[in-house]
Design a protein around this ligand. Structure first.
Ligand SMILES: [Zn+2]
Length: 318
Protein backbone atom coordinates (compact mmCIF):
# COMPACT_ATOMS: atom_id res chain seq x y z
CA UNK A 1 0.00 0.00 0.00
CA UNK A 2 1.20 3.48 -0.82
CA UNK A 3 1.28 5.86 2.14
CA UNK A 4 0.60 9.59 1.95
CA UNK A 5 3.97 10.66 3.38
CA UNK A 6 5.94 8.25 1.21
CA UNK A 7 7.43 8.89 -2.20
CA UNK A 8 5.70 7.35 -5.23
CA UNK A 9 6.39 3.93 -6.72
CA UNK A 10 8.47 4.07 -9.88
CA UNK A 11 7.70 1.54 -12.59
CA UNK A 12 10.00 0.93 -15.54
CA UNK A 13 9.71 -2.05 -17.89
CA UNK A 14 7.22 -3.74 -15.51
CA UNK A 15 9.65 -3.53 -12.61
CA UNK A 16 8.69 -1.56 -9.56
CA UNK A 17 11.08 0.45 -7.43
CA UNK A 18 9.44 1.12 -4.09
CA UNK A 19 10.11 4.16 -1.88
CA UNK A 20 13.41 3.62 -0.09
CA UNK A 21 14.77 1.28 -2.79
CA UNK A 22 17.60 1.67 -5.31
CA UNK A 23 17.76 -0.62 -8.33
CA UNK A 24 19.46 -1.00 -11.66
CA UNK A 25 16.96 -1.89 -14.37
CA UNK A 26 17.22 -2.40 -18.12
CA UNK A 27 15.04 -1.34 -21.02
CA UNK A 28 15.42 -3.96 -23.80
CA UNK A 29 15.63 -2.41 -27.28
CA UNK A 30 16.78 -4.87 -29.92
CA UNK A 31 19.34 -7.59 -30.72
CA UNK A 32 22.61 -7.32 -32.63
CA UNK A 33 22.88 -9.52 -35.74
CA UNK A 34 24.72 -12.05 -33.53
CA UNK A 35 21.79 -12.27 -31.14
CA UNK A 36 23.24 -10.18 -28.30
CA UNK A 37 20.49 -8.23 -26.59
CA UNK A 38 21.04 -4.48 -26.45
CA UNK A 39 19.32 -2.87 -23.49
CA UNK A 40 19.60 0.52 -21.83
CA UNK A 41 20.80 0.42 -18.20
CA UNK A 42 18.72 2.62 -15.92
CA UNK A 43 19.63 3.36 -12.29
CA UNK A 44 16.72 4.30 -10.07
CA UNK A 45 17.26 5.86 -6.64
CA UNK A 46 13.91 6.18 -4.93
CA UNK A 47 13.93 7.89 -1.56
CA UNK A 48 11.32 7.10 1.07
CA UNK A 49 10.27 10.76 1.35
CA UNK A 50 8.15 12.54 -1.29
CA UNK A 51 9.84 14.93 -3.69
CA UNK A 52 10.51 15.49 -7.38
CA UNK A 53 11.76 12.79 -9.75
CA UNK A 54 14.75 14.05 -11.73
CA UNK A 55 16.12 12.41 -14.87
CA UNK A 56 19.88 12.57 -15.50
CA UNK A 57 20.82 11.18 -18.89
CA UNK A 58 23.83 11.07 -21.20
CA UNK A 59 24.97 9.39 -24.39
CA UNK A 60 21.87 10.18 -26.42
CA UNK A 61 24.55 10.86 -29.01
CA UNK A 62 26.76 7.79 -28.59
CA UNK A 63 30.10 9.56 -29.09
CA UNK A 64 29.40 12.38 -26.59
CA UNK A 65 31.22 10.73 -23.75
CA UNK A 66 31.85 13.58 -21.31
CA UNK A 67 28.30 13.21 -20.04
CA UNK A 68 28.69 9.44 -19.76
CA UNK A 69 31.80 9.94 -17.64
CA UNK A 70 30.12 12.66 -15.53
CA UNK A 71 27.31 10.30 -14.52
CA UNK A 72 29.69 7.36 -14.10
CA UNK A 73 31.80 9.34 -11.63
CA UNK A 74 28.75 10.42 -9.66
CA UNK A 75 27.47 6.82 -9.53
CA UNK A 76 30.90 5.59 -8.44
CA UNK A 77 31.06 8.20 -5.67
CA UNK A 78 27.54 7.18 -4.56
CA UNK A 79 26.28 10.73 -4.90
CA UNK A 80 22.64 9.72 -5.28
CA UNK A 81 21.87 8.77 -1.71
CA UNK A 82 19.08 11.29 -1.79
CA UNK A 83 16.93 12.54 1.07
CA UNK A 84 13.69 13.01 -0.86
CA UNK A 85 12.15 12.37 -4.26
CA UNK A 86 13.87 10.17 -6.81
CA UNK A 87 16.71 10.29 -9.30
CA UNK A 88 16.71 8.24 -12.49
CA UNK A 89 20.18 7.98 -14.04
CA UNK A 90 20.75 6.81 -17.61
CA UNK A 91 24.51 7.04 -18.29
CA UNK A 92 24.40 5.71 -21.87
CA UNK A 93 21.17 6.11 -23.78
CA UNK A 94 22.32 5.30 -27.31
CA UNK A 95 24.16 2.03 -26.67
CA UNK A 96 24.48 1.29 -30.40
CA UNK A 97 26.24 4.59 -31.08
CA UNK A 98 28.39 4.26 -27.96
CA UNK A 99 29.86 0.90 -28.94
CA UNK A 100 30.46 2.12 -32.52
CA UNK A 101 32.05 5.45 -31.37
CA UNK A 102 29.29 7.14 -33.30
CA UNK A 103 26.76 9.91 -32.70
CA UNK A 104 24.06 7.87 -34.42
CA UNK A 105 22.78 4.30 -34.64
CA UNK A 106 24.30 1.94 -37.27
CA UNK A 107 21.92 2.99 -40.07
CA UNK A 108 23.04 6.63 -39.66
CA UNK A 109 19.88 7.92 -37.98
CA UNK A 110 20.08 10.36 -35.09
CA UNK A 111 18.09 9.22 -32.03
CA UNK A 112 17.76 12.86 -30.96
CA UNK A 113 15.82 13.60 -34.17
CA UNK A 114 13.63 10.50 -33.84
CA UNK A 115 11.46 11.26 -30.79
CA UNK A 116 8.79 10.35 -29.88
CA UNK A 117 9.63 7.33 -32.02
CA UNK A 118 7.62 4.36 -33.16
CA UNK A 119 7.30 0.81 -31.90
CA UNK A 120 7.86 -0.79 -35.31
CA UNK A 121 10.22 1.78 -36.82
CA UNK A 122 13.95 1.51 -37.47
CA UNK A 123 16.48 1.38 -34.64
CA UNK A 124 16.67 5.09 -33.72
CA UNK A 125 12.90 5.32 -33.74
CA UNK A 126 12.55 2.22 -31.54
CA UNK A 127 15.04 3.52 -28.96
CA UNK A 128 13.12 6.81 -28.88
CA UNK A 129 9.79 5.00 -28.56
CA UNK A 130 10.73 2.66 -25.70
CA UNK A 131 12.54 5.42 -23.87
CA UNK A 132 9.62 7.84 -24.20
CA UNK A 133 7.17 5.18 -23.04
CA UNK A 134 9.18 3.90 -20.08
CA UNK A 135 11.08 6.90 -18.74
CA UNK A 136 9.22 10.12 -19.49
CA UNK A 137 5.99 9.31 -17.58
CA UNK A 138 8.08 8.69 -14.44
CA UNK A 139 9.98 11.97 -14.32
CA UNK A 140 9.13 15.59 -13.48
CA UNK A 141 12.09 17.26 -15.15
CA UNK A 142 15.64 16.47 -16.14
CA UNK A 143 19.12 17.21 -17.40
CA UNK A 144 20.36 15.86 -20.73
CA UNK A 145 24.17 15.83 -21.06
CA UNK A 146 25.77 16.45 -24.45
CA UNK A 147 28.99 17.69 -26.06
CA UNK A 148 29.59 19.54 -29.29
CA UNK A 149 29.12 17.41 -32.41
CA UNK A 150 32.21 16.31 -34.35
CA UNK A 151 35.24 18.35 -33.28
CA UNK A 152 33.27 21.34 -32.09
CA UNK A 153 34.20 21.94 -28.48
CA UNK A 154 31.52 23.59 -26.38
CA UNK A 155 32.63 25.62 -23.40
CA UNK A 156 30.38 24.33 -20.55
CA UNK A 157 26.91 25.79 -21.18
CA UNK A 158 23.25 25.07 -20.48
CA UNK A 159 20.51 25.45 -23.05
CA UNK A 160 16.93 25.93 -21.99
CA UNK A 161 13.57 26.37 -23.70
CA UNK A 162 12.40 29.93 -24.27
CA UNK A 163 8.71 29.29 -23.57
CA UNK A 164 9.41 27.21 -20.49
CA UNK A 165 10.16 29.46 -17.52
CA UNK A 166 10.97 26.51 -15.26
CA UNK A 167 13.67 25.29 -17.66
CA UNK A 168 15.29 28.73 -17.44
CA UNK A 169 15.13 28.53 -13.65
CA UNK A 170 16.82 25.10 -13.82
CA UNK A 171 19.56 26.58 -16.00
CA UNK A 172 20.20 29.29 -13.38
CA UNK A 173 20.31 26.68 -10.60
CA UNK A 174 22.68 24.43 -12.58
CA UNK A 175 24.94 27.48 -12.92
CA UNK A 176 27.21 26.55 -15.85
CA UNK A 177 29.58 29.26 -17.17
CA UNK A 178 27.07 30.14 -19.93
CA UNK A 179 23.35 29.68 -20.42
CA UNK A 180 20.95 30.68 -23.17
CA UNK A 181 17.59 29.82 -24.70
CA UNK A 182 17.78 27.62 -27.76
CA UNK A 183 15.12 26.53 -30.23
CA UNK A 184 13.33 23.21 -29.83
CA UNK A 185 14.54 21.00 -32.67
CA UNK A 186 11.94 18.76 -34.28
CA UNK A 187 12.26 15.15 -33.10
CA UNK A 188 14.54 16.04 -30.19
CA UNK A 189 14.16 14.64 -26.70
CA UNK A 190 13.83 18.16 -25.30
CA UNK A 191 10.94 18.90 -27.65
CA UNK A 192 8.98 15.74 -26.85
CA UNK A 193 9.58 16.34 -23.14
CA UNK A 194 8.32 19.93 -23.50
CA UNK A 195 5.17 18.70 -25.28
CA UNK A 196 4.47 16.43 -22.30
CA UNK A 197 5.00 19.23 -19.80
CA UNK A 198 8.38 17.99 -18.54
CA UNK A 199 11.13 20.60 -18.44
CA UNK A 200 14.54 19.53 -19.74
CA UNK A 201 17.77 21.44 -19.86
CA UNK A 202 20.69 20.41 -22.04
CA UNK A 203 24.21 20.66 -20.62
CA UNK A 204 26.63 20.97 -23.55
CA UNK A 205 30.29 20.63 -22.64
CA UNK A 206 33.43 19.59 -24.47
CA UNK A 207 33.67 17.70 -27.77
CA UNK A 208 32.88 14.19 -28.99
CA UNK A 209 35.18 11.24 -28.13
CA UNK A 210 37.45 13.32 -25.91
CA UNK A 211 37.39 13.71 -22.16
CA UNK A 212 37.49 17.26 -20.93
CA UNK A 213 38.09 17.51 -17.18
CA UNK A 214 36.64 21.00 -16.87
CA UNK A 215 33.42 19.90 -18.61
CA UNK A 216 33.11 16.77 -16.46
CA UNK A 217 33.84 18.64 -13.23
CA UNK A 218 31.39 21.48 -13.99
CA UNK A 219 28.80 18.86 -15.01
CA UNK A 220 29.07 17.15 -11.61
CA UNK A 221 28.86 20.53 -9.85
CA UNK A 222 25.82 21.60 -11.88
CA UNK A 223 23.95 18.38 -11.09
CA UNK A 224 24.85 18.75 -7.40
CA UNK A 225 23.57 22.35 -7.51
CA UNK A 226 20.20 21.11 -8.81
CA UNK A 227 19.95 18.26 -6.28
CA UNK A 228 20.88 20.64 -3.46
CA UNK A 229 18.35 23.23 -4.59
CA UNK A 230 15.53 20.67 -4.36
CA UNK A 231 16.78 19.57 -0.95
CA UNK A 232 17.65 16.09 -2.19
CA UNK A 233 21.28 16.14 -1.10
CA UNK A 234 23.11 18.16 1.54
CA UNK A 235 25.84 20.56 0.48
CA UNK A 236 27.31 23.03 2.92
CA UNK A 237 27.97 25.98 0.64
CA UNK A 238 25.45 27.64 -1.62
CA UNK A 239 26.95 29.46 -4.54
CA UNK A 240 25.84 32.70 -6.09
CA UNK A 241 24.51 32.57 -9.62
CA UNK A 242 27.44 33.33 -11.88
CA UNK A 243 26.22 31.89 -15.18
CA UNK A 244 26.49 34.41 -18.00
CA UNK A 245 23.21 34.62 -19.84
CA UNK A 246 23.55 35.07 -23.56
CA UNK A 247 20.66 36.77 -25.32
CA UNK A 248 21.85 36.31 -28.88
CA UNK A 249 24.24 33.80 -30.41
CA UNK A 250 25.74 33.33 -33.87
CA UNK A 251 28.28 31.21 -35.75
CA UNK A 252 31.36 32.71 -37.38
CA UNK A 253 32.33 30.72 -40.46
CA UNK A 254 35.49 30.02 -42.42
CA UNK A 255 36.12 32.91 -44.85
CA UNK A 256 38.08 30.54 -47.12
CA UNK A 257 39.27 26.93 -47.23
CA UNK A 258 42.56 26.01 -45.59
CA UNK A 259 44.28 25.29 -42.31
CA UNK A 260 42.38 26.71 -39.36
CA UNK A 261 44.47 28.12 -36.54
CA UNK A 262 42.47 29.42 -33.56
CA UNK A 263 44.11 32.33 -31.71
CA UNK A 264 41.84 32.49 -28.70
CA UNK A 265 40.82 30.32 -25.77
CA UNK A 266 37.35 28.89 -25.55
CA UNK A 267 35.17 30.68 -22.98
CA UNK A 268 37.02 34.01 -23.41
CA UNK A 269 35.43 37.44 -23.36
CA UNK A 270 35.91 39.10 -26.76
CA UNK A 271 35.65 42.62 -28.14
CA UNK A 272 34.62 43.80 -31.56
CA UNK A 273 37.77 43.44 -33.69
CA UNK A 274 39.51 40.84 -31.46
CA UNK A 275 41.54 38.42 -33.60
CA UNK A 276 39.95 34.98 -33.12
CA UNK A 277 41.77 32.87 -35.66
CA UNK A 278 43.35 32.51 -39.06
CA UNK A 279 42.57 30.31 -42.06
CA UNK A 280 45.61 29.86 -44.31
CA UNK A 281 46.11 27.96 -47.55
CA UNK A 282 48.57 25.04 -47.59
CA UNK A 283 51.06 26.71 -49.96
CA UNK A 284 51.66 29.65 -47.62
CA UNK A 285 50.43 32.23 -50.13
CA UNK A 286 47.18 33.44 -48.68
CA UNK A 287 45.53 33.64 -45.32
CA UNK A 288 42.49 35.33 -43.86
CA UNK A 289 41.92 36.53 -40.34
CA UNK A 290 38.68 36.03 -38.46
CA UNK A 291 37.88 38.97 -36.22
CA UNK A 292 35.06 39.25 -33.73
CA UNK A 293 32.08 41.25 -35.05
CA UNK A 294 30.72 41.73 -31.51
CA UNK A 295 31.52 42.40 -27.88
CA UNK A 296 30.68 39.21 -26.04
CA UNK A 297 31.96 35.71 -25.39
CA UNK A 298 33.20 32.77 -27.35
CA UNK A 299 31.55 29.55 -26.18
CA UNK A 300 32.44 27.02 -28.88
CA UNK A 301 35.53 26.46 -31.02
CA UNK A 302 35.71 23.97 -33.86
CA UNK A 303 38.92 21.95 -33.44
CA UNK A 304 38.87 20.82 -37.05
CA UNK A 305 42.29 21.57 -38.55
CA UNK A 306 41.41 21.55 -42.26
CA UNK A 307 38.30 23.49 -43.13
CA UNK A 308 36.21 24.38 -46.13
CA UNK A 309 34.77 27.79 -46.87
CA UNK A 310 31.67 28.33 -44.75
CA UNK A 311 32.46 25.77 -42.04
CA UNK A 312 31.25 26.87 -38.62
CA UNK A 313 34.35 27.76 -36.56
CA UNK A 314 33.38 29.92 -33.60
CA UNK A 315 30.09 30.16 -31.73
CA UNK A 316 29.85 33.59 -30.13
CA UNK A 317 27.21 35.39 -28.13
CA UNK A 318 26.36 38.56 -26.24
ZN1 LIG B 1 24.47 15.73 -28.56
Amino acid sequence: MHLENENKFIEINNEIVKPGEAKQLRIPISRLPTGTLIDIPVHVFNSSKPGPTILLQAGLHGDEINGVETLRRMLEAEEFNIKRGAVIVVPVLNIFGFIHFSRDVPDGKDVNRSFSGSKNGSLASRIAYHYTQEILPQVDFGIDLHTGGGQRSNYPQVRYTKDDAFSKELAMIFNAPFSFASKLISGSFRKVSFSKGKSMIVYEAGESMRFDENSIMLGCIGIRNVLTHFNMIELSSTKKIYTKQLSSTRWLRAPRAGMFIPKIENGSAIKKGTLLGVVADTVAKKSKEIKSPINGYIFCINNQAVVNQGDALFHVGT
